[in-house]
Design a protein. Structure first.
Length: 464
């Protein structure tokens, strides 16, 4: 890896993010009657899109919005402009990552999306609510305005084609409701809420709700590691792996995810109890085995639509051996247009020969060939044996290269460390299929007891 490139500036990056920030600041006070500072933010967004196919459309939208006369089409144009800028940042950063890893990128698919268009009136209602949000701004939100999302979400949820939009709107509205009234907020997550607003608005447009086109994957799946993403009411385990097609074509990087709702009392290793029944791959990961796929559905972006009937646990496959032998030749997946955002960057890499350092505040840094790389230990889940101490004592690391707060950082998925003069691998997903580790067994038992109590209470409520 050319880790020296990670610290080099990326041309145009700061300018693009500055234009995004200027527009995001304009959303804080709302766009119903923009003040001079807000109109400057709108102008900055329009200027950043000058010379692009969106230039005239965004310039008109910025002018109408500055005059307080914006309609839905103008807000959609502004959301598209912001999304395009964040997409350009994503593209510049992924190009830099490709230079660092030296891996080829997969070719974009030309297959059209599948499915019929969902009810246009429901999407129009969602779009109207989002435009009202933009007019009010984050400082102008109140429970009445935020509550307007509830009937829209209720109308969306029964339609599987609108489940993604419904989930996004529901989560966004919940965050806003927890922050009402906006006028009393001391701190506003400006970029996050602008991200959610612009994405939600574009997903109301015709064609955005269609499901991705699928092909099939037959061959051998070699897991690299598991990224656990936990929320108070939901959990997801995303397995990053190398897929070797049976037809002998080039290997490629893919992902497979299992998710489940969860009570907030289930934490740590107990999370696996909610996920194991949804994906046999988790057992293969914890046992260090490959999985043989037969006609597994897969999107052009490399996401496997997991079906246990099309998977069979195969031979032992050490993730570090996979990384050393195959990872460098595997093609990186493409990114769907609406998913082009820096937060989506999560590129599997293998680092070796570094010097690990742990500061007094617990932060860990790897120095590779004289270049320092921050390690994001906060993303390491409590649902496995991987700890900051093991990371700081490691000599090899399998992880995800990410970008956050203006810099690249590494999220460890597994490390090799020395225990009693022997090299031992420690994986974040080692307990996914079950464990004999004492700490893991205790956490599993606590989770089992919590789930049993919750089920008993739920049954009592249903009987009453």
């Amino acid at each position: 890896m050319r880790t020296d490139l990670l610290a080099d500036p990326v041309d145009g990056l700061d300018e693009a993010l500055a234009a995004v920030d200027a527009f995001d600041d304009a959303l804080v006070a709302g766009l119903l009657r923009p003040q001079p500072a807000q109109t400057d933010g709108l102008a900055a967004l329009a200027d950043a899109l000058g010379g692009t196919p969106l230039a005239s459309l965004v310039a008109e939208a910025a002018e109408k919005t500055a005059a307080g006369a914006a309609g839905e089409d103008h807000f959609v144009a502004l959301a598209a402009a912001r999304t395009a800028l964040m997409g350009s940042v994503h593209d510049a950063l992924t190009a830099r990552v490709a230079d660092v890893t030296g891996r080829p990128a997969a070719e974009a698919s030309e297959r059209p999306a599948d499915g019929d268009e969902p009810a246009a009136n429901v999407l129009a209602a969602a779009r109207a609510w989002l435009c009202d949000l933009a007019r009010a701004g984050w400082q102008g939100i109140d429970h009445e305005l935020v509550g307007g999302a509830a009937p829209v979400v209720s109308a969306m949820l029964p339609d599987p084609a609108l489940r993604r939009q419904a989930t996004l709107l529901d989560g966004f509205a919940a965050e806003l409701a927890a922050s009402c009234p906006g006028a009393t907020l001391d701190r506003i997550p400006v970029r996050r809420w602008a991200d959610l607003w612009s994405r939600a608005l574009l997903l109301t447009l015709p064609g955005a709700a269609r499901t991705p086109a699928l092909s099939t994957a037959t061959g051998r799946l070699l897991p690299l590691g598991v990224d656990v993403q936990e929320h108070a009411t939901a959990v997801q385990a995303q397995v990053h792996a190398v897929f070797e097609p049976a037809d002998g074509t080039a290997p490629r990087l893919v992902r497979a995810a299992a998710s489940a709702p969860k009570p907030d009392t289930v934490v740590g290793a107990g999370l696996w109890q909610l996920l194991r029944s949804r994906m046999s791959l988790l057992t293969a990961v914890s046992e260090g085995r490959a999985t043989d796929l037969d006609g597994m559905p897969v999107t052009a972006e490399g996401d496997l639509v997991w079906d246990d009937e099309r998977a069979r646990v195969g031979e032992p496959a050490d993730p570090f051996a996979t990384a050393r032998v195959v990872l460098a030749t595997a093609t990186d997946p493409v990114t769907a247009p609406l998913d082009r955002h820096p937060v989506r960057i999560a590129v599997p890499v293998l680092l070796e020969g570094y010097a690990a350092e742990r500061a007094d505040d617990g932060t860990v840094t790897f120095t590779v060939a004289g270049h320092r790389l921050a390690v994001d230990t906060d993303r390491v889940p409590d649902a496995g044996p991987l700890t900051p101490e093991a990371i700081a004592a490691s000599g090899a690391c399998l992880g995800l290269l990410r970008w956050d707060a203006g810099a690249f950082l590494l999220q460890p998925l597994a490390v090799e460390t020395t225990v009693r003069k022997k090299t031992v691998a420690v994986h974040a997903g080692a307990w996914a299929g079950g464990t004999t580790d004492k700490a893991g067994v205790r956490a599993e038992k606590a989770a089992t007891d919590a789930v049993a109590v919750l089920r008993e209470r739920a049954g009592r409520l249903l009987r009453s």
